[in-house]
Design a protein around this ligand. Sequence first.
Ligand code: HEM
Length: 495
Amino acid sequence: MAPTIPTYTLSEGCPYADPTTAQRFSDGSPIKGLMLLQDTQLIETLAHFNRERIPERVVHAHAVGAWGEFELTHDISHLTDAQFLNGIGTKSKALIRVSTVGPGAGSADTIRDVRGWALKLFTEEGNQDFVFNDIPVFFIRDPIKFPSLNRSHKRHPATNLTDSTIFWDFHNNNQEGIHALMMLFSDRGTPKSVRYVNGYSGHTYKLTKKDGSFSYVKIHFKSNQGNDTLLDAEATRLAGQDPDNHTADLWNAIQSGNFPTWTAYLQVMTPEQAESFRFNIFDMTKIWPHSEFPLVPFGKLTLSRNPGNYFADIEQAAFSPSTMVPGIAPTADPVLQARMFAYPDAARYRLGVNYQHLPCNRPVCPVYNPYQRDGFMNATDNYGSDPNYVRSSLRPIEFKGTVGANGSAAGGHQQWVSGAIGNYTSEMTDVDFVQPRAFWNLLATQEGQQEHLVSNVAGHLGSADPRLHQGALDMFARVDTELAARIKSALPQSK
Ligand code: HEM
């Protein structure tokens, strides 16, 4: 059947003249003539264009995304009651957005950066967001440092240039980021495309059961395409010559039916193991060694549909670690707690207070929350005449969840001993360098990886103010003195 040809109208639906025309008052001369203020089409067209931009995300502004499906492949019903994690073969619609962190929306795909890996699963019990990164550790563990961290990775406030000096000034003085820093400057910082990156929760979450039992978990999505990376020089070349390389790669793969997939895994720790584990499991600068907490497969993600419209599907998507279904719960990780506030707050600012009504964010299950109504751009019937106050006996409603859902059925480890209020910031100890050292040693087992890390750090540090070199070298020396010595001798000034 031939597609129907639409009839052009104004946004209010009224048919109008050819959209290239403007109403003009003239005597027929091609050069003389005045425009009319009554020309609604012209005024509306120009006025709407002036308002096309919404604020870009303060971090993770540049991204690529797609639709797909998550399927449960293994039985983990002993760990959680979450509906989408029960019944092998259960499928949930999925939306993914993979981003760079520091640069603005129009930047190049292949620059050295962490990749954000945000996944929204539309389940029968509501949306489940996994807002992950492509490295399993993070640069900070005190959430108040997050704005400083990101400003140091962005542009200098005076010159508006990307600036390695402020970058190293921050990291020399906040050394808990050393593990993430080494991953960033390894080849992982320049993935071959988003099809090749893994997604890691970083944080410890809880999987919960209605009987009150729970497990601590870290969640991993591993690319079945492999974990391929680019060399620094190739990533730099592509950033100049083919800046949309990753966007095109994902689009073309999906368009040609070469659907990328990821296998989802859990690392599981019992509450008893957590009590005696040698690291704080709520410190996301640390991993759980796979030798002690092996990966347990549980699902498969397949991306199979490109966005119908980038702005509608991807730019307007709002992900949040606070968006979780019954059966998954947060932990006391302070960074996670802060993030659970930060994302809905950012979405209200960026998209408006009713951002959950947008098609890309709207749950597939029924939503009934008449106490959250009105507001800018409400696109629903706004609950009609239903009571806008709680505890109505005229229009009773049912409650299925329990108090504190988003942590309900959390079992033990949720009874806090009261104490005095104090100012807390975490301190660095030698323990913080144990895992970075293991990472450095791991790189030795992979051809050329130590050399790449050394030259990538030296190239970046070398362009920073020399007054910061020694501080960075001292930090790397705490990981391994050979690493520091090799960076020192690779610094441009040393040659
Ligand atoms: C205190 C720590 C953090 C704060 C305050 C924070 C805050 C934010 C904010 C405000 C946004 C923009 C959201 C929007 O405009 O819609 C964002 C985006 C994002 N963050 Fe974080 N973040 C933190 C740590 C992390 C960590 C540890 C991860 C990964 C484990 C992460 C992953 C992401 C991702 C993937 C996005 C992009 C989401 C999207 O595609 O829309 N962030 N973050």
